[in-house]
Write a protein of this length. Structure first.
Length: 277
């Protein structure tokens, strides 16, 4: 089975270099190929990222776009390329560095939950205060939550094929406050599915993560770690970020990159899923 990591990038070569180095330091990276799509508008940054890949030990396929296509378009482009080559992919962004055991984490859970219809995706992310099912403190323990989280995630082609039209969005200004109020009051179901479309405008330069979570996922779950398997380093120059926002909700407090993992414990998650069936 071909093993593919897809990756998007834009104007942040210094972060990009750190992400590539983290992949090369991850256990099992020798089995992977990279497909990278760099959005347009910053030719000097594009060339710097191209140089990083030329020195990379991992085989890669590179797509450089002259025009700025937008975050949602760029992500849809490279994810589609990935699934044209593999039955499962791991997707990273240009500011998400991996734990040395992150690839092992993804592979373990991709194998274990592929045939479970309740699982939509695998996430490597935990901010440190995320609500997971269960009370855990160890890096080996596997969690579950009813959402989709972008940044560093993995998915099977069988799930991806359900996405009939990849699209990006921005929330409508007149209903943005109501949207967030419903979400924060645990009424996410009222802004999900077809209801979601009432709150958004479509744009290639918008969020693709919101449609993945609120529209395509349905009521399914993602597998997630208690101790984060990736860290976001993108404090500056992101599409939807700022230093203040990064400090508040991007910088994980459960990032322990020097802690080893011998195995993963899924007992609680398996009991939880069994109770739903």
């Amino acid at each position: 089975m071909k093993k593919i990591i897809t990756m998007t990038a834009w104007r942040r070569a210094h972060y990009f270099k750190e992400v590539i180095e983290s992949i090369e330091n991850a256990e099992g990276h020798e089995q992977y190929e990279l497909i990278v799509s760099i959005d347009g508008g910053y030719s000097e940054q594009q060339m710097l990222m191209k140089e990083v890949l030329e020195q990379c030990s991992i085989p890669y396929e590179l797509h450089i776009h002259e025009e700025n296509k937008g975050c949602a378009w760029n992500t849809g482009f490279v994810v589609r390329k990935g699934f044209n080559n593999a039955e499962r992919i791991i997707h990273l962004e240009d500011d998400t560095i991996l734990h040395p055991f992150a690839l092992k984490w993804f592979e373990f859970n991709l194998d274990k939950y592929e045939d479970n219809p309740l699982i939509w995706s695998i996430s490597a992310w935990n901010l440190g205060n995320d609500t997971l099912v269960g009370e855990w403190t160890e890096i080996e323990l596997v969690g579950i939550r009813q959402k989709f989280t972008c940044g560093a995630w993995a998915m099977w082609k069988s799930r991806y094929d359900e996405i009939q039209t990849w699209f990006g969005i921005i929330l409508k200004e007149e209903s943005r406050e109501q949207f967030y109020e419903l979400v924060h009051n645990d009424k996410k179901e009222l802004v999900s599915g077809d209801n979601f479309l009432d709150y958004v405008n479509f744009t290639d330069n918008g969020s693709w993560g919101y449609p993945m979570d609120y529209f395509w996922r349905g009521n399914r779950y993602e597998i997630a770690p208690h101790v984060s398997m990736n860290q976001n380093i993108g404090r500056e120059y992101g599409s939807f970020n700022s230093p203040a926002l990064y400090d508040l909700r991007q910088n994980s407090n459960s990032w322990r990159p020097f802690e080893r993992v011998s195995d993963f414990d899924t007992d609680f998650v398996d009991d939880f899923l069994e109770g739903l069936q």
